[in-house]
Design a protein around this ligand. Structure first.
Ligand SMILES: Nc1ncnc2c1ncn2[C@@H]1O[C@H](COP(=O)(O)OP(=O)(O)OP(=O)(O)O)[C@@H](O)[C@H]1O
Ligand SMILES: [Mg+2]
Length: 224
């Protein structure tokens, strides 16, 4: 099993209050699946995705990622595994506005241990897959929403990850552009990459063979 969460809890704490955002979440995802995670605002979707992506810690339970016991790893080991296995598409694109398309796509390469001379071809290949080849020199803040999301996808795949995690990748896009983005994610999945996509959008969910619904920090249903 590629992803295996067992009774995972997440509690956000401040000095005065604590809030349990995930409650005993059990979730297994096999390599090659394409899964939608749906639920209302505040249900815990982003929290769950951040834990799966090892960018947030969990409280109770266990998480095994590609054979690694995530709760037992040190920070350094965790960021290596994350960089190698996971491409993240954030809720708000999270591009660096003044960087060019090329430099935005290259960010994970700077953080990993790929050789400099391989940068160019890795970035060009990722850009070509999402139809951005002509825009590599353009600044991110000069792009349309759909183009920005393509950059975010290219950045997520530039390291050849096993897993793509996408948080509301179509949230800010019109229906036609959203359809294009989903097609690109499906294309990655057809190459064998595991895709997990958080969405409010029923047409996005309908494009995924497996749909998990969460509410109030719990898994409500899980249907294939
Ligand atoms: N850093 C935080 N500190 C305290 N509470 C938080 C924090 N982040 C999220 N929460 C709370 O945890 C719950 C789940 O948040 P989360 O962001 O996972 O929801 P979501 O399902 O992604 O919602 P949306 O669809 O609006 O993005 C919410 O009630 C939210 O207020
Ligand atoms: Mg969210």
């Amino acid at each position: 099993m590629l992803i295996e969460l067992r009774k995972v809890d997440k509690i956000y704490r401040s000095s005065t209050v604590s809030f349990q955002a995930l409650k005993e979440v059990d979730l297994s995802v096999e390599e090659g699946e394409m899964v939608a995670i749906c639920g209302r605002s505040g249900a815990g979707k982003s929290t769950l995705l951040h834990i799966i992506g090892c960018i947030d810690a969990f409280d109770g339970g266990s998480y095994c990622l590609d054979g690694n016991d995530v709760g037992k790893l040190r920070d350094g080991q965790l960021s290596k595994i994350r960089n190698r296995l996971i491409g993240f598409i954030m809720q708000d694109f999270a591009l660096v506005p003044k960087f060019t398309v090329f430099d935005n796509i290259a960010i994970p390469l700077y953080l990993g241990d790929i050789k400099m001379r391989k940068f160019q071809s890795a970035v060009q290949e990722a850009a070509a897959e999402v139809g951005l080849s002509g825009l590599l020199g353009k600044k991110a803040n000069q792009l349309s929403g759909g183009q920005k999301q393509r950059v975010a996808i290219a950045r997520a795949i530039v390291n050849s990850p096993k897993i793509i995690l996408a948080d509301e990748p179509t949230g800010a896009l019109d229906a036609a552009t959203a359809g294009e983005i989903i097609r690109l994610l499906k294309q990655q999945n057809e190459k064998g990459i595991t895709v997990i996509v958080v969405t409010h959008d029923n047409t996005v969910a309908a494009a995924c063979p497996r749909v998990i619904r969460i509410g109030d920090g719990r898994i409500l249903s899980d249907e294939k």
